[in-house]
Design a protein around this ligand. Sequence first.
Ligand SMILES: Cc1ncc(COP(=O)(O)O)c(C=O)c1O
Length: 396
Amino acid sequence: MTDKKPRALDTRLTHTGRGSVGGGRGVNPPLLRASTLLVERARDLYDPRIRSYAIHGSAMHDALAEAWCEVETADHCVLVGSGLLACTLPIFAFAETGAHILICDNVYGPTRRFCERTLSRYGCTFEFFDPALGGGVADLIREETRLVFLENPGSLSMEICDAPAIAEAARARGVLTAMDNTWGAGVFHKPLDFGIDLSIQAGTKYPSGSADVLIGGVFTRSDRLAARLRETVADLGLNTSPDDAFLVLRGLRSMPTRLRRHEASGLEIADWLSGLAEVSRVLHPALPDAPGHALWRRDFTGSAGLFSIVLNAPADENAACAFLDALELFGLGFSWGGFESLAIHCDPQLRRSAARETIEGPLLRFSIGLEDPADLKADLERGFAALRAANGQSAV
Ligand SMILES: Cc1ncc(COP(=O)(O)O)c(C=O)c1O
């Protein structure tokens, strides 16, 4: 009897993206480092069906794309050399002179910078909108609007936006939508199931899981959109190394398992933090009081280990720095999603154009890694002791 029940993601990720395995070969595809790919006959040199140059990819890239598509339930995965490039590629590929692009105001800084500094030189205009706008984004769509870009949740302030409503409003006007889905990682959120045209991931984060690779992926179910992205990649000469593709493929196999641990530890620590006097708010979408919690419950199946807190008065930026400098286990660093816990203070990079800033104190962001949560709490206690000393309060 054949079992028709669809297999779980963990199972599918174990068995896809392996090329032709068996018969004495390894369980992963072999790694080929190459620029030149030799062809058999002179006629093959110009045959578009035959890969003759590794800038167009390799069997390792194909294997990674196949496995990563499983995660995002996509038909196409376009690989690029960083998560930032995965964000900027669709904006670049679908914008043209005179185009208007709508961008959710909570996107992380470098996506914003690309639009403001680079793409504006090519005659495009950008408008940032409040993440709370939802379907109201319809009122901002113009004749020349080409793309609505979201980051869900915003990776600093953690608001969730109503992506299905935004997708519907955009689709009704023939406008494309793209979402940076690095937090949901395709495991906890699948944007393509919610009407988003292009999902984006920084593979640098959870897919790699080890903070030692830079890679990005753009995912779609549309042949037409994939063809345009691939053309742009080919014209700009973008590629990733087969070594990096190999490392991310290896990471993907264990990503759902790691994410469940990041989720459990993140929730335990977020919950503990929400009871502390020094903390004004915990910005974690899975906490019932957090902004966007109802949308998170509706659209996500779990939560990553990345969240933020707002410190209570009288903490200022100096006190926030004292907190961070006292930590021993948390590294101070930006690129989250790896095995080691990280912390940053966010105020120098918080920028809003559309929504008014309502954050009442310093914002700290934590990426909860794979350490024991009890050890991490003890480390954070050290930070709070330093914070109280900087605030001029005696230790409790
Ligand atoms: C939400 C988000 N998207 C994309 C990126 C970019 O990833 P990469 O570091 O691979 O360029 C980052 C990096 O911090 C990020 O936080």
